[in-house]
Design a protein around this ligand. Structure first.
Ligand SMILES: [Zn+2]
Length: 334
């Protein structure tokens, strides 16, 4: 891998340029009518540091996940999915030219390249599910994306809104109509809400702590115009338990999904809602994530042949995120 370190002093951003395409292509994939495999999107570019060494968003987040998935023997059954660079047109499905230019101008090519890799990873996962190469997939990318809007800036560690771009790619380029996005990150996905607030074709279910960054996620905000009722914001208190989280899934998400009837499900899978996270104060356990995943997969099986793409968002306790993601991936595989 061709790498060169560089330091962005003004923003305390450190990044290393890296070439795309580190993931090995898998064997020729069979395409059964009803695929059963789970895909894993990974590329060594996600080991590129972009923030200062004391920043919580570190390459060790995904390195720890990778080790845990391998240690549990899951990689033998997971189908590798290679990332691809997104086109400019795909970035512009959600982002403005000013935002795209601003990221590169203010933060440099290396961090922009990492951000684009995250977008390409999410798009590749959607395409593999669409092509029936896999039933569902987990995208092990960083940094997160759900705070990204069109500020021309890195906000909340986010450059490009991977999940929002994936949703629009599914709709505009792959023919899907109704996208369910489940965001269980500790923080409110304000960027994702922003892009789809007036759009009835995207059902957004977001659990979060309204008092935390970015201090949005008012439960009274339910969408606008024709989209009223398609945005479900669930504010949970510090110390929120599995039972509280699962009650929100059962009482709010399941009935909404049944009337919405999604044809594709995306997950903004944040693990800073897990117990003992550095940036969160919820108390969600691995068993909680297993049951949340099971519910999401049940919705997908009922309405859209099991099509789920789950994209890593936050999670800053390295051991915690590794354990939580391994549990999540194992549940996707069942
Ligand atoms: Zn978060």
């Amino acid at each position: 891998m061709d790498r060169r370190d560089f330091l962005h002093r003004g923003g305390a951003l450190i990044a290393a340029a890296a070439t795309l395409g580190g993931a090995a292509a898998g064997p020729a994939l069979a395409k059964p009518m009803t695929p059963t495999a789970t895909g894993l999107v990974w590329d060594d570019i996600f080991l590129t540091p972009v923030f200062s060494p004391t920043h919580p968003e570190q390459p060790e987040r995904v390195a720890a996940i990778r080790r845990a998935v391998e240690a549990q023997g899951l990689t033998r059954e997971l189908r590798p999915i290679a990332i691809r660079p997104p086109t400019e047109a795909e970035l512009r499905l959600i982002h403005t030219d000013d935002h795209i230019a601003g990221i590169r101008r203010k933060h440099g090519d290396a961090i922009d390249r990492l951000g684009r890799a995250g977008v390409g990873a999410a798009l590749a996962a959607c395409e593999a599910v669409h092509a029936r190469e896999v039933r569902n997939a987990f995208v092990c990318s960083r940094p997160p994306g759900h705070h990204a809007r069109n500020d021309g800036e890195v906000v909340g560690f986010c450059l490009y809104n991977n999940v929002a771009i994936a949703a629009r790619h599914l709709q505009r380029n792959l023919g899907y109509k109704r996208i369910l996005i489940v965001d269980w990150d500790y923080h409110h996905g304000d960027g994702t809400e922003h892009f789809f607030y007036e759009d009835p074709s995207v059902l957004l279910f977001d659990t979060h702590d309204w008092r935390a960054y970015p201090r949005t996620g008012d439960p009274a905000r339910r969408g606008a115009g024709e989209a009223v009722g398609t945005k479900i914001s669930v504010d949970l208190p510090c110390g929120a338990t599995d039972a509280q989280m699962l009650r929100a899934f059962d009482e709010r998400l399941l009935p909404a999904a049944d009337s919405f009837r999604p044809d594709f499900v995306l997950v903004s899978a944040g693990f800073d809602s897990r117990t003992q996270d550095k940036l969160g104060c919820f108390d969600i356990t691995d068993e909680g994530y297993r049951q949340m995943t099971t519910r999401v997969c049940a919705i997908a099986r009922k309405h859209c042949a099991g099509r789920v793409v789950s994209v890593l968002e936050g999670g800053y306790n390295f051991e915690g995120i590794a354990s939580g993601v391994a549990t999540h991936v194992r549940a996707l595989m069942t």
